[in-house]
Design a protein around this ligand. Sequence first.
Ligand code: NI
Length: 180
Amino acid sequence: MDIQSIYQKTIIFAAHKHSENNQLIPDSQLPYVVHLSNVAMEILITASNTKEFDLNFATQIALLHDTLEDTTTTFHELELEFGIEIAEGVSALTKNDNLPKEEKMLDSLNRISSQRKEVWAVKLADRITNLQKPPKTWDSLKKRKYKNEAEVILEKLKGANQYLENRLQVKIQEYESYIH
Ligand code: NI
């Protein structure tokens, strides 16, 4: 299948799943699929700036990255529809809800580290996409915490993709101006 067809199939699957509970991007009126499409867009641009990058694989991971965490989709369903490698990649990007809150991110980053570099790339692209102007309701502590998390992600996933690491670094610096 060509990348355009893969994109269409995958975004339709993900959009259906995330609309089952009318999921919106937090603090906005935008349907969640806008976030998924933004992450996939980062991945598409990244592919043209990265040697040996599996765009078909990475695009599916990007569009599906929150299905296990935020919707009723099961691992088995992803495996049937997209294959075991995609299911495992998405699973690594999914927080383990049995862990205490403060351990969830590091645990996921550790599991991402054992996946292909395209899975690392989706995590970087996800945070790049999310480092926008924070909602007015966020206080400095919350913003500071969000920025620190981004720094941990960048540190833990170093060596995966120079292009995205550079972009995340710039986004982190820009985010500082929203904190004060
Ligand atoms: Ni996301």
